[in-house]
Design a protein around this ligand. Structure first.
Ligand code: AGP
Length: 599
């Protein structure tokens, strides 16, 4: 998703700082990039439809500036093009922007009536026009910004240059994250911390309806009434965000293989004994647990739902954040809302969290990126220790989420006496052996490569399952389609025959998992239904199932608290090897972003 970087210095050339910042944010996904800087009162704008490296190649060698802004764009309004790329300049004003100006059409017409003409399809250009209009009208940037915040609906993190104000970068924030980094003689602006970590760990966080003025030696932050605020200077303590592929061809494969250690690292503090397990938050005062997330993180929530309801008799609902924020959520002080997010920057999840906080209800975060926006805003956060996840398709973060949530449920089961202590101790022992339990599955790559050869030329692939296996089918299906671009659907095993089975033809691949002995026979029956219509079936199971028409992938028998962690690995690797055979851009799939910071 979009990335913002700005910098202003006394005498340091900030152009390399801006480009390096954009490169650090590349993992978020984007389709174009741009930079703007001031030199002796002249404004330079350089934009490309393509990568940051293309932008760098476009900049004249030895270019120098001490003040500038830069951006990577993931298109929302207006097609992917150089024209629509940021920065956008209107009159005195040049800006880069993360977010969506929802009333941009109305604003555009009003500005056109006042003589403005716009060249692009981007809502950001309208924002620049509105700021320019108010700046000219009031001849006062504070008033212009305050008026802008009153008039604009939507979300924005804006970084702004003014051609006749060459020493200051202005920033404006609502909903989309923005931070200001501070160091000796150079100050920075970024959409999140990784972009400036190379230069400083000290930063200010902008809250909604705050705006700032950043020069080489001064940082001022104001509220929407124009009052100067006393903000706390934070220091970043997260892990080093750099990462490399090592011997792997793709980050995704590296991250899949790392799961035998990242899961263990995530749950280590809680699994040595009951005393450690009870470091997990006490949920006994709650009557309902709501889980809110997007994409893969939501699929992790479905695993937790199953475990909460099956093993602690606690009602648990899972919501897509993008839906949650527009519905009635029946919140009260007996409800705990758990937000799951790898990046901690997902706009829909952040917006849903804001809604819970507005109702003064309790929230708990399961987040991977330290001190990210969700981690900062939530009441309490439990960090997954998956390390930096670079591949857009989430794997190690997902299993770290599932593992942490499973241990959270186990602690709740202990406190509510839903599971006997002896059984809990056995499950903790299994968790302590997770690395050796996962290794055989991770090492069996030949099996998954062979399956990939059988499906990579198919147009449609189906995943089915019941209970936990249905949640796993959803994640397996998402993995395949997001990196191989093969259409795929996940279905409750019993639901396929209510319509979608009409799509099953000869050799249609159907994947399933059967890890619950109480309902496995039903799933096998559903597989036989599709086999009789020509499907080619693959089954991940810990049962001794033999069938000439089903390719069985056997996994070790473990407690239900660990089964998802084993079952998902074949799905991840089958998706990886399929995408590899298709020659896809596995780590950066088309149209996708690692952190979806727009709604
Ligand atoms: C998963 O492979 C995708 N990258 C996507 O669904 C992702 O899980 C979703 O956008 C949520 O992101 P978050 O965990 O950073 O909030």
């Amino acid at each position: 998703m979009c990335g913002i970087v700005g910098s202003v210095s006394t005498k340091t050339n900030i152009i390399p700082i801006l480009l390096n910042g954009l490169k650090t944010l590349e993992y978020r996904g984007y389709d174009s990039a741009g930079i703007s800087y001031l030199k002796d009162g002249n404004l330079t704008i350089n934009k490309v439809k393509g990568r940051v490296q293309d932008l760098e190649n476009n900049i004249e060698k030895n270019s120098f500036s001490n003040i500038g802004i830069a951006h990577t764009r993931w298109a929302t309004h207006g097609k992917v093009s150089e024209t629509n790329a940021h920065p956008h300049n209107v009159g005195h004003i040049t800006i880069v922007h993360n977010g969506i100006i929802e009333n941009f059409n109305k604003l555009k017409h009003k500005l056109e009536e006042k003589g403005y003409q716009f060249k692009t399809q981007a809502d950001t250009e309208i924002a620049a026009g509105l700021l320019d209009y108010y700046y000219k009208k009031y001849e006062n940037i504070d008033k212009a910004i305050q008026k802008f915040m009153k008039k604009v609906d939507g979300s924005y993190a804006i970084c702004m240059l003014i051609d006749n104000d060459p020493n200051t970068i202005y920033v404006i924030k609502k909903d989309s994250p923005l931070i200001i980094g501070q160091s000796q003689d150079v100050n920075y602006i970024a959409s999140d911390v990784p972009a400036i970590l190379k230069y400083t760990k000290n930063y200010y966080i902008l809250e909604d309806y705050e705006y700032g003025k950043v020069t080489n030696n001064n940082i001022e932050i104001y509220n929407k009434e124009g009052n100067l605020l006393k903000k706390e200077l934070k220091e970043y303590h997260g892990s080093d965000l750099t990462s490399d592929k090592g011997l792997y061809e793709h980050y995704m494969l590296k991250e899949i293989m790392e799961q035998n250690t990242t899961i263990r690292k995530t749950i280590n503090p809680y699994i040595n004994n009951i005393k450690d397990l009870l470091k997990m938050p006490d949920l006994t005062k709650y009557e309902r647990i709501d889980i809110i997330a997007c994409g893969t993180a939501m699929h992790a929530g479905l695993i937790a739902k199953y475990l909460f309801e099956q093993y602690t008799n606690t009602k648990c609902e899972v919501f897509l954040a993008s839906e949650y924020r527009y519905q009635n959520n029946f919140l009260n002080n007996k409800v705990l809302s758990i937000f799951i997010s790898q990046s901690g920057e997902t706009a829909d999840t952040l917006a849903a969290l804001k809604k819970v906080k507005e109702e003064n209800c309790d929230s708990l975060g399961i987040v991977n990126v330290k001190e990210s926006s969700i981690a900062r805003a939530i009441d309490k956060v439990l960090y997954t220790e998956a390390g930096t996840e670079i591949a857009v398709a989430s794997t190690k973060a997902y299993t770290a989420q599932v593992a942490l949530l499973s241990v959270l449920v186990l602690a709740h089961a202990y406190r509510t006496k839903s599971i006997k202590e002896e059984k809990i101790l056995n499950i903790l022992e299994e968790f302590r052996s997770i690395t050796s339990i996962l290794n055989p599955i991770l090492e069996d790559t030949k099996t998954y490569e062979n399956i990939a050869k059988e499906i990579y030329e198919k147009n449609d692939v189906f995943y089915i399952g019941r209970g936990l296996d249905y949640a796993l089918a959803m994640e397996g299906s998402l993995k395949l389609k997001e990196i191989s671009y093969i259409h795929s659907e996940a279905y409750a095993a019993g639901e396929l025959k209510h319509g979608t089975i009409s799509l099953i033809t000869k050799d249609t691949p159907v994947f399933s998992s059967a890890t619950n002995k109480h309902i496995n026979t039903k799933t096998i029956s559903n597989l036989k239904e599709v086999i009789s219509r020509g499907a080619k079936c693959y089954l991940i199971t810990d049962e001794d199932i033999k069938d000439d028409n089903i390719k069985v992938i056997k996994i070790k028998k473990v407690s239900m608290f660990l089964k998802p962690l084993l079952t998902i690995i074949p799905y991840q690797l089958i998706a990886y090897y399929t995408a590899k055979l298709k020659g896809c851009d596995i780590d950066k799939p088309r149209n996708l972003a690692k952190s979806v910071t727009v709604e």
